[in-house]
Design a protein around this ligand. Structure first.
Ligand SMILES: [Zn+2]
Length: 374
């Protein structure tokens, strides 16, 4: 192989540098000002939308991207978020119908405008897909970067599998660059996490290593029937050690191999979104909600889950989305956001400040973490 991992790493740094220059993404000074939190009343069934926008608004780069990037008229969702954020910044009351009713004008998001209860993670996922579709920067970024020609001949999925005799890191960095080339937006820049899975071929026992990516860290609950608290670290250990299937063609025996693999993080994101999957199927084949406490701190250290010696592996919690109620498809969404060192509970248009940290854990569903500098 012609290129060493550190050369590819240098190219990735170049891409990240360009990404920072793409817009006026720098944090503006009023982030921690005394302006009150503006939240929307729940007219109909739109609590799930309000809390997602409240959380995204707390990510300075994303907030400024929507506020200042000149989207063209085809970017309907991006322009809608821009106007929403503008109002959040400037007014104390927002008419919810002005925003929520507009979703029926956006392809693929119409379903969220039917006045029925929806899953907040479902909504966030679809929202991200649409933002990615509207703001793909791959072309712009790669005008200035020459890539190895071998990139062109391989499919996106193929490049995730380490070839025989090849350096794992080399393949991991190549996979990262390939993702940047063929699909890259502000969402991937901020949230993309790259995993490395390792297992043994079930035919020939050869090592199989594969890379894959996601904009979320999804965590399933091991034993939902138990009643005691589950620590978030414990949940990550369970999900990283046992739950990862590799189904791919083995490089050694050339057969389709199915194996369980352990998982590590190859590349950490700037912002980490943890989605706790509280829905599970009970012994009667019915979907129910796990309503126990998942225990987490304001600081999350991912050192033991990472492959490489990245400088900082610590994250700071910035917002939490909670689902209250015992039933999956009913109940109520609220969220908690950190501001000036204290926690605020946002329940529709009601904002309560100085909430006790332990109180933000009830029904916690989606956690937003920001990477710390040190
Ligand atoms: Zn094999």
């Amino acid at each position: 192989m012609s290129k060493a991992p550190h050369e590819l790493q240098k190219k990735i740094s170049q891409v990240e540098k360009m990404m920072e220059d793409i817009s006026h993404l720098k944090e503006n000074s009023n982030q921690n000002s005394s302006i009150n939190i503006t939240s929307l009343s729940n007219k109909g069934n739109y609590d799930f939308e309000n809390i997602i926008f409240q959380s995204l608004y707390r990510i300075p780069i994303l907030k400024n991207f929507f506020l200042f990037y000149p989207f063209n008229d085809n970017c309907k969702l991006s322009n809608l978020i821009k106007n929403f954020f503008k109002e959040m910044m400037n007014s104390s009351k927002i008419n919810p119908e002005k925003f929520y009713m507009k979703f029926n004008e956006i392809d693929d998001l119409e379903e969220f405008c039917d006045d029925r209860a929806h899953d907040s993670y479902d909504f966030l996922e679809k929202l991200f897909e649409k933002i990615i579709e509207e703001n793909d920067f791959s072309g712009k970024i790669f005008d200035n970067i020459n890539l190895d020609n071998s990139f062109r001949d391989e499919g996106l999925g193929e490049i995730g599998l380490v070839k025989k005799g090849e350096n794992e890191d080399y393949r991991g960095y190549k996979f990262t660059l390939k993702l940047y080339k063929f699909g890259f937006s502000i969402i991937e820049y901020l949230f993309m996490i790259i995993f490395q899975k390792k297992g043994k071929c079930n035919n020939c026992n050869n090592d199989i290593t594969k890379f894959y990516n996601n904009n979320f860290l999804n965590l399933e609950i091991e034993n939902p029937d138990r009643n005691n608290k589950i620590d978030i670290d414990e949940l990550i250990v369970y999900n990283f050690n046992r739950k990862n299937k590799i189904e791919d063609k083995c490089n050694e025996c050339n057969k389709e191999s199915r194996t369980y693999a352990s998982q590590k993080i190859f590349k950490l994101p700037h912002y980490l979104i943890i989605n706790i999957k509280r829905a599970y199927i009970n012994s009667n084949d019915i979907y129910i909600k796990y309503n126990g406490i998942i225990n987490f701190d304001e600081i999350l250290d991912l050192s033991k889950f990472c492959k490489n010696e990245e400088k900082n592996k610590k994250y700071k919690l910035i917002s939490v989305i909670n689902h209250l109620g015992n039933e999956l498809y009913r109940g109520h969404y609220i969220c908690h956001v950190e501001k000036n060192g204290s926690w605020n509970k946002i329940n529709d248009d009601n904002v309560k400040s100085n909430v006790d940290f332990d109180d933000i854990k009830e029904g916690a569903l989606i956690l937003f973490y920001e990477k710390m500098n040190n």
